[in-house]
Design a protein around this ligand. Structure first.
Ligand code: KG4
Ligand code: ZN
Length: 334
């Protein structure tokens, strides 16, 4: 079954064609980084307009690059939640128009479920498992029962971990998005030269996260080091920062693994590209860690078309009447 997938949930326009859930025939992405970088964050109105300019071009390009004809497409899949509402609408309207004109089934896809699925594009993971989703918009520990059913165990009370990376990079004038540049600088950082607090929450928030204070804590702590006559380099700041950012992700995932008795863990979303995170989770003695290929960590439509295959195979029904929503549900069941 060949599915054309579309994701326009945030600031990347992506179109993909995937056969039978994991044979990726095309995965195209038009990045909007150049548009948003001068604001050090995504401007929703500009994102939606740029999706509108790119979407048809990318669909065309996907068809041309695979040498497929539209009659060979069996279904269309599209992200319809959660995300920036103006951005989602562009993808959903394009997908509905395409599917309706070709009389094809259409599958609406939840973006978090798609990030979780991205691991399956290149791995076989048995259910149930624990999924950690870490991106610019989300920091979630989920208990995954099957491709279309997960429960949120923990989430952020304020900022997402990727947002914290973007904020510290902005503070250091390192550009946007911050994650990749902090990741790279940290590789040359000196272990233990400086330290920032690790923000762990307790009691009812034992599986939740808080990242809104980490940048400020790092800034004050750096000032203290400077007052004591030390001058931390960007490399050392980056290494200390990401140790503090990743530690709660690891500790809380581990704690839920112990509580649930599930020792399979996946990590996905933009921050799952991080070198330090990938090493820390892969080297865990307590659970087996599965990671997506780096190209499938950030937003992409291959994960959308891949997941849609399993949902369509199971449900065999479809309906053009679905809408877009910006929110995430606590318990997801397709
Ligand atoms: O999944 P994604 O592309 O978009 C959302 O759904 O949010 O994630 C983007 C986030 C940004 O905050 C970016 O700074 C972060 O992922 N990111 C990274 C790395 N690459 C991207 N964070 C840490 N290390 C990286 N290598
Ligand atoms: Zn995403």
């Amino acid at each position: 079954m060949i599915i054309l997938g579309i994701d326009t949930s945030c600031d990347d326009t992506s179109v993909s064609i995937v056969e039978n859930g994991n044979n990726v025939l095309a995965s195209l992405l038009s990045s909007q980084t150049d548009i948003h970088k001068k604001y050090c964050g995504v401007v929703p109105e500009l994102a939606a307009r740029s999706h509108l300019e790119m979407i048809l071009y990318l669909i065309d390009e996907a068809m041309t690059s695979t040498k497929l004809t539209l009659s060979q497409i069996d279904s269309v899949a599209v992200t319809n939640r959660p995300g920036l509402i103006g951005s989602l609408l562009v993808g959903v309207c394009a997908a509905k128009g395409l599917a309706y004109s070709l009389n094809l089934p259409i599958v609406p896809i939840e973006h978090i479920a798609a990030h979780i699925y991205s691991v399956h594009l290149t791995n076989t993971v048995e259910f149930p498992y624990i999924a950690l989703v870490v991106s610019g918009g989300h920091t979630i520990i989920a208990h995954v029962e099957n491709h279309a059913d997960y429960k949120v165990i923990g989430t952020t009370l304020d900022d997402a971990v990727g947002e914290a990376y973007d904020k510290i990079a902005k503070h250091l004038n390192l550009g946007y998005p911050g994650g990749p540049v902090i990741d790279k600088l940290a590789l040359s950082g000196e272990n233990g030269s400086i330290e920032y607090p690790v923000i762990m929450l307790e009691k009812e928030n034992v599986y939740n996260f808080s990242y809104s204070g980490l940048k400020t804590a790092a800034v004050y702590q750096t000032e203290k080091y400077i007052k004591k006559g030390r001058s931390p380099t960007n490399e050392n700041i980056s290494l200390a920062f990401q140790k503090s950012a990743i530690e709660p992700l690891y500790q809380k995932t581990l704690a839920y693994s112990k509580e649930s008795g599930i020792n399979r863990v996946t990590v996905s979303g933009g921050v799952a590209a991080n070198t330090y995170l990938r090493k820390k989770f892969s080297e865990s003695k307590y659970f087996e860690c599965y990671l997506p290929e780096k190209k499938y960590t950030t937003d992409n439509a291959a994960m959308v078309a891949g997941l849609a295959y399993h949902i369509f195979e199971r449900d065999k029904t479809y309906d053009y009447g679905f809408e877009c929503t910006s929110r995430i549900l606590q318990k997801y069941k397709h």
